[in-house]
Design a protein around this ligand. Structure first.
Ligand SMILES: Cc1cc2nc3c(=O)[nH]c(=O)nc-3n(C[C@H](O)[C@H](O)[C@H](O)COP(=O)(O)OP(=O)(O)OC[C@H]3O[C@@H](n4cnc5c(N)ncnc54)[C@H](O)[C@@H]3O)c2cc1C
Ligand SMILES: Cc1cc2nc3c(=O)[nH]c(=O)nc-3n(C[C@H](O)[C@H](O)[C@H](O)COP(=O)(O)O)c2cc1C
Length: 592
């Protein structure tokens, strides 16, 4: 069949009086109105209101880009990429960490899937792209079509801020929005799936036989694992050891979990996601306050289970949402609560200082059904833990280093859910885990010197790395600086580090214990050996920072100061040098 050639002029398509009316109307519109109308008409023509039809494929017109820190956006992007391929389209998948802003000019269609972290900040991997996009005032993106899927958590003040930023900035630079942005909360699966389906439906019908096979694959594409977040491994606890003194309330624990050989493709620097359970006491308290029976049946994502099971393993019983507040207000008839729930800003700041139990305790309520309660609670999110051992192809154990975590809320202290769950596991118990790749923290297989800085449980991936080095026989210089509270109680894996120091696998080991030497901090090791730091940096050293975010951010700043002392450079010069190390990915962070 021969395609009809496009009309050369509007008068070939419209009657003269029709065109006159259209033309005079068009002249009244400003550019934003014209742009909106063009999208509206294109979408109407393709039968999809609010969306612009994509240009017919041929060249690799479509790019799916993701900005992800804990893997959700990355997983969505990978799945979508696969679906596009299966439809026979050419598409490239890219991490925003590797996409350059200037490359946007060459793209035709961009589907962006991005989360928000920190306090409304982009994921670390997307921080440079975000900065550069906002700095690119002269960039003209008139030929780019885009759509944004934003992931976030509505309990944060700046909900989905990064998605909002990208959406607004791309439009401001002239790019054409294909569809309204969708902002997803922690239960992102359904809205994200719908967004993906809409994007796929907007693709032109491709001819599988002629669609080019060339696919620019993300270089860090996952080697497919048997297990994933959707299909976690149920693993048995083989060993559970308290590493700190027995009477220490917030101690560190070493866990060894059984895995099938070769089932988890994990490199030093990778983590596992853990599906925790809420403590029985918390489940019982919620059931009591809701005046519901644990045996009542409910359904979550089509799966039937008892209310007790849902509250134990599928719902977050710590963080109250506005949806819960509003429902509890309606169920209790408490007028103060109703008024509070109506004002989103006030509700947010009130909720910020409260545990879920505090909300349920404000007034007795008649909850209409077990399902109604489950429906207003957030899904319980898995937590990440760095792998503390070298998992080779024939490993049948996976090890974790976990610290019990407590946090203050109002005038009380609460126990963190997953850390206490893990530390309370006993040998023979089972736990659901899945592999979480962390390519941006991949520990190196290069000749360069390596400086490892860890605070608390931040030493876990370094243990995995040193075991891998021992197995490979690597001998590049390696300097470990670790920080903890006390020498007697917290020198985690002391004998192993010292053994590696003695064997030469570690070139230098500098432990710093805050309680024993209050005047010293992590960076003291670098200030003491500023010349060595400078020499190693000059020799191409890679710097790894892992563990407590606040401690290590401070340490990183002070390392620049140590370099300044050693080199005699100005503060600005040192800051520029450090930034160049970051840009070259010679500074790698895994902070939490
Ligand atoms: C890549 C990565 C690797 C990690 N590796 C390790 C590791 O090797 N070892 C380790 O011990 N940890 C590690 N962590 C940290 C770990 O994932 C958990 O964050 C930590 O154990 C605390 O989790 P939790 O469930 O015990 O605490 P949670 O129950 O998640 O509580 C933590 C936070 O939730 C918030 N919160 C809870 N309730 C409320 C409320 N009602 N209102 C407002 N805020 C609330 C608080 O801000 C609190 O700080 C890692 C984290 C990441 C991202
Ligand atoms: C430390 C931390 C900070 C976060 N900060 C925000 C935030 O400021 N705003 C927001 O909407 N979501 C925030 N989130 C929620 C994430 O955006 C959300 O969990 C998302 O699904 C993560 O996607 P990713 O795994 O692709 O990074 C934060 C999550 C974490 C762990």
């Amino acid at each position: 069949m021969t395609a009809r050639p496009p009309p050369a002029s509007p008068t070939e398509l419209f009657a003269p009086e029709q065109w006159q009316r259209i033309d005079s109307l068009l002249r009244q519109f400003d550019s934003a109105q014209s742009l909106w109308l063009s999208g509206y008409l294109a979408a109407s023509a393709s039968g999809k209101q609010g969306e612009v039809a994509l240009p017919a494929s041929g060249a690799p017109a479509l790019t799916i880009a993701y900005g992800s820190e804990t893997g959700n956006c990355e997983q969505l992007a990978r799945n979508l990429h696969q679906q596009v391929l299966e439809l026979g389209h050419s598409v490239q998948l890219t991490d925003l960490a590797t996409l350059k802003v200037r490359q946007l000019r060459k793209l035709d269609t961009l589907w962006l899937i991005v989360s928000t972290h920190g306090d409304g900040d982009p994921p670390i991997t997307a921080a440079d792209f975000h900065r550069d996009l906002f700095a690119a005032d002269h960039l003209k993106l008139g030929s780019l079509h885009y759509a944004v899927l934003a992931l976030g958590d509505s309990t944060y003040e700046h909900f989905c801020q990064t998605g909002i930023d990208f959406d607004a900035r791309l439009a401001a630079l002239g790019a054409r929005r294909l569809a309204e942005r969708v902002d997803c909360d922690v239960d992102f699966e359904t809205p994200a799936r719908q967004w993906c389906e809409q994007r796929l439906a907007a693709l032109p019908t491709a001819d599988r036989a002629t669609a080019p096979a060339a696919v620019a694959q993300d270089p860090r594409a996952d080697s497919s694992s048997l297990y994933s977040k959707q299909r976690p491994l149920r693993s048995e606890v083989l060993e559970q050891l308290a590493l700190s003194a027995a009477d220490r309330p917030l101690g560190n624990y070493h866990l060894s979990l059984a895995i099938e050989e070769g089932s988890l493709p994990l490199q030093p620097g990778d983590a596992v996601g853990v599906f925790a359970h809420n403590p029985h006491t918390l489940v019982a308290a919620v059931l009591d306050l809701a005046r519901l029976q644990g045996e009542a049946g409910v359904s979550i994502d089509g799966r039937a289970m008892s209310l007790a099971t849902a509250l134990g393993s599928a719902r977050d019983l710590a963080i109250p949402t506005r949806k819960l507040l509003q429902s509890w207000a309606a169920w209790s008839g408490d007028t103060d609560l109703v008024t509070l729930g109506e004002d989103s800003k006030q509700a947010r700041s009130w909720l910020k200082q409260r545990h879920l139990l505090d909300v349920l305790r404000t007034a007795p309520a008649r909850v209409p059904s077990a399902q109604a309660l489950v429906d207003v609670l957030r899904p319980l999110q898995p937590r990440l833990y760095d792998v503390a051992n070298h998992v080779s192809a024939d490993s049948d154990e996976l090890e974790l280093l976990v610290k019990r975590f407590n946090y203050p809320l109002g005038d009380r202290e609460y126990a963190g859910i997953a850390s206490h769950y893990l530390c309370d596991l006993a040998v023979g118990d089972s736990v659901r885990i899945y592999p979480h790749r962390n390519a941006r923290f991949a520990l190196p297989q290069v000749e360069n010197p390596v400086i490892l800085v860890g605070y608390g449980t931040g030493v876990a991936p370094y243990r995995a790395y040193l075991q891998a080095r021992a197995a490979r026989g690597d001998r590049n210089p390696c300097w470990l600086v670790l920080g903890e509270k006390s020498y007697e109680e917290d020198f985690l894996y002391q004998l192993e580090w010292q053994g590696w120091l003695a064997s030469g696998l570690l070139s230098h080991l500098d432990p710093v214990f805050a309680d024993d030497e209050p005047r010293r901090s992590l960076v003291s090791a670098f200030l003491d050996k500023a010349d060595r730091l400078q020499r190693w940096i000059d020799d191409g050293a890679l710097v790894y920072l892992c563990g407590d975010k606040a401690v290590l951010e401070r340490c990183e700043e002070q390392m620049q100061e140590a370099l300044r002392i050693a080199s005699g450079c100005s503060r600005d010069e040192c800051a520029t040098l450090w930034q160049s190390l970051v840009d070259e990915q010679r500074v790698r962070r895994n902070l939490y």
